[in-house]
Design a protein around this ligand. Structure first.
Ligand SMILES: [Zn+2]
Length: 340
């Protein structure tokens, strides 16, 4: 399978992550993509560099204020009297205030949902290239290949139209799905990352032209906590075009694969003709941030199941963190997809 990858992902190397109130090294490190890349290269997959996507593809999903913030935040932050090396918001508007401020500290709080999306000197460039990878993958599946894999890093599915969060800045899969829709296709996104794709849901919640289905750990006791519940079915024109299938902690291969099969039935019923897959690998049983019990063989079977989709499939990398099986999970998924 064609693998779209850029070493520029390494320009984003967040230093910190606050977990249970403690400052720890960020699990969303360049080594994640290095390992995934090494694994697919060793398997002989064709490696392709991304084509630069037009700015209009990005601004179709993200607000101009937000894009300007992402591009300039780090240099503006360095102009503060005693800046930290990375932009990390420490004050947020909360649920009762919505005014857009001028100061970089206020804008950081406005545009950053949590402390898991620090912005360093190279974050913007890496995020932009990750979006390029996603667009290149969908262009490829629309024009020449039945499927392609974009090794996007940083990931994207927690990013809203004007807000970063959970390691994500630009919503790569949303940008790519909107690009597909422009060509007159009926696109859908299936998200199998262990965390709910709250940003993707938020972006398309009022739209009927892109169906969003997410299979993830129950958010009652798990990030992103505030979205991802079964009752969230879309709103307005988008009512009925959002489907959440939360899974209990400890869910194993059989139940998870059943949920995937159910999603595929839904997508067929919806008339989807191009599928974008948000492929997180953090549902695996040994992932340090996961709570489900999916095996490497489970990922192979997931790949085989999703390959039954009757149409082009663009696979977009989301989460999946350092564990011994990280590369093997991706290889198994792609092998299941290609070979059943
Ligand atoms: Zn995740």
């Amino acid at each position: 399978m064609k693998v779209i990858y850029s070493p520029k992902q390494e320009l984003h190397a967040p230093e910190s992550f606050i977990s249970s109130g403690r400052v720890l090294p960020s699990p969303e490190c360049p080594e994640r993509a290095d390992r995934l890349f090494a694994a697919v290269r060793a398997e002989g997959h064709e490696i392709v560099a991304p084509e630069p996507a037009p700015d209009s593809a990005i601004s179709a999903i993200h607000s101009i204020d937000y894009l300007r913030f992402l591009e300039t935040a780090h240099s503006r932050w360095q102009g503060l009297p005693t800046p930290s090396p990375e932009v990390i918001a420490n004050v947020h508007p909360g649920r009762h205030m919505g005014h857009y401020p001028e100061h970089i500290i206020g804008q950081a709080g406005y545009h950053m949902a949590d402390t898991a999306c620090p912005i360093g000197a190279g974050t913007w460039e890496a995020a932009r290239v990750a979006a390029d990878c996603a667009i290149t993958a969908v262009q490829d599946v629309l024009q020449s290949s039945p499927s392609a894999y974009a090794l996007c890093r940083p990931p994207g599915h927690h990013a809203y139209h004007d807000q970063a969060g959970g390691f994500c800045f630009l919503n790569n899969v949303a940008i790519a799905a909107d690009w597909v829709r422009r060509d007159g296709h009926r696109a859908a996104i299936l998200d199998i990352d262990v965390h709910h794709g709250n940003g993707t849901q938020g972006i398309f919640y009022h739209r009927k032209d892109i169906y969003f289905v997410s299979i993830h750990a129950d958010p009652s006791n798990f990030y992103p906590f505030f979205a991802g519940y079964a009752g969230e079915r879309g709103a307005g024109e988008g009512l009925g075009f959002n489907l959440n299938l939360p899974q209990a902690p400890g869910t194993d291969d059989e139940a998870w694969l059943e949920a995937i099969d159910h999603s595929l039935v839904e997508l067929r019923r919806n008339g989807t003709d191009v599928l974008l897959l948000s492929l997180g690998l953090d549902a695996q049983e040994n992932d340090p941030l996961g709570v489900l019990k999916i095996t490497t063989e489970g990922f192979r079977r997931a790949g085989a199941a999703i390959s039954s989709f009757d149409g082009p499939v663009a696979i977009i990398q989301e989460g999946g963190y350092l564990c011994d099986e990280l590369g093997a999970n991706l290889v198994a998924f792609l092998d299941g997809f290609e070979n059943g």
